[in-house]
Design a protein. Sequence first.
Length: 178
Amino acid sequence: MDKNLWKEIIDTVVPLKKKGGRFGMEIKPITQKKNAMDDISVSFVSPEDIKVLKRRHIIESDLSLGDISRVDKSIIKNIKKGNFSVDARLDLHGKTLEKAFNTFVSFVNNNYELENRNLLIVTGKGNPEKNTGIIRKNFPLWLNNESVRDKILYVNFANISDGGDGAFYVFLRRKKFV
């Protein structure tokens, strides 16, 4: 089906012609000869299943560096301008991978409880020639750990003044009151 549809689309392409300083083109309507649903298998999920999946964070997309889908645009503007006041700072230099991970998790959880939202986490850049920088390489994976993922809204590299590629800004959610 896809090849046939593509062929129909290609057949409707007309080169642009210059007419009196403006470009014009003839538009031919595309008619689909075959029902599009014939080749598609659909599975349905009930609303109750979706609620359970959301609770388990299966539907929510993974948190990744620079993903601004969860944050207000004004926060991103302030970060880019350098108006990011750091509430707490963590330096992971010299720690083993396991110790750095455990420190990161407790740091995020403690600051969430203290309602500190703007964190700076320094991992260091490492040296690719010496195969160092393992903490920096693993840091993006740590963001999706179940014990911190629901507390983090935004993560990106820090500005040069705060460590650049060897440091990360972590912006936490507001604490939920029950």
